[in-house]
Write a protein that binds this ligand. Sequence first.
Ligand code: PLP
Length: 363
Amino acid sequence: MTRPTAAIIDIQALRENFALAQRLAPNANSMPMVKANAYGHGIVRVAQALEDMAPAYGVACIEEALELREANIKQPLLLLEGPHSADEVEIADQQSLWLMLENHTQLKAVLNAKLQNPVNVWIKLDTGMHRLGFQPNEAQGVFQQLSDSPNVAASMVLATHFSCADNLDNNFTHQQLASFDAALKNLNPSNLKTSLANSAAILDWPEVKDDWQRPGYMLYGNTPFAQSQKNADPLKPVMHFQSAVISTRTIAAGESVGYTANWTANRPSIIATVAVGYGDGYPRHAENGTPVLIGGIKCPLVGRVSMDMISVDITDLPKPIGIGEPVTLWGLGLGVNEVARHCRTIGYELLTRMPARVPRIYT
Ligand SMILES: *Cc1c(COP(=O)(O)O)cnc(C)c1O
């Protein structure tokens, strides 16, 4: 007796996707991005699954880092947005966290902190995304102050983040790269490492060379690109979002389905009700016709997504479907990117919004 709705998490696929990221840049370290509950897959279990392969992990905030420490994860953890307040620098010291520094408030917090040991610092440069980071012309001064501080470990990393790397025709990535290289040349690069690549850059920008790449979305088995790409195509989806049919009925032409009656049958239709809804992270904005996989065949969503249920038109299935029939919302055979396109969003959001109500089952 359990509700049939669950996210099946394929650990082997996760490990293979990470191995691909490593293989594409054998001389770089690959740091799995496990922020946002490992893109919805479960931060602790994902970190444990990669423990023997990953030299460090990337998280968005200290709460995520402490969750990993409580689970006994020993690797360095990089706070991608840096410390949100001065006291986090001391926690970073106690918990062996690495700090991305991206503004002068954070820089001062590190320089003024009372620490047991020097902290590991990454300097974030704003090369054009204009969200976080020091301006490239500040790099020299920031680097010098950090180098002179007893609070900072000698080996630092200069980092930036691409805004358009998933668009293979966009020249902006080249501009960001040029801006980064110019700033790097101005510093004394001897004890300075670099970090630039996200999934898109790892998969399709071989000219981006760095010491630390930061794969995220690709680890979870989905492509960041809108089109086919030779490195991305073999990625294996890690999350299989599943449920089951809990009711079926036949309706006449002219009858409607669901809240607001926004879909009306134009022929006699068989409707399957599936035990998944927006309370499970299935997007309410999914439009009529969004594919749902039943018996290996894509069937159209009809009517509004409810909190706990959706309705699917199974009239065209070759075989009759009964209560208990398994349903895949996304995963093998139906990529989360394809579902996202019907909801005017991206797969990243659908994965990340998967709520706690959906049990994660690890295989
Ligand atoms: C999330 C994140 C990444 C990973 O991006 P993907 O597109 O998921 O690979 C890399 N770097 C930073 C700074 C990030 O915040």
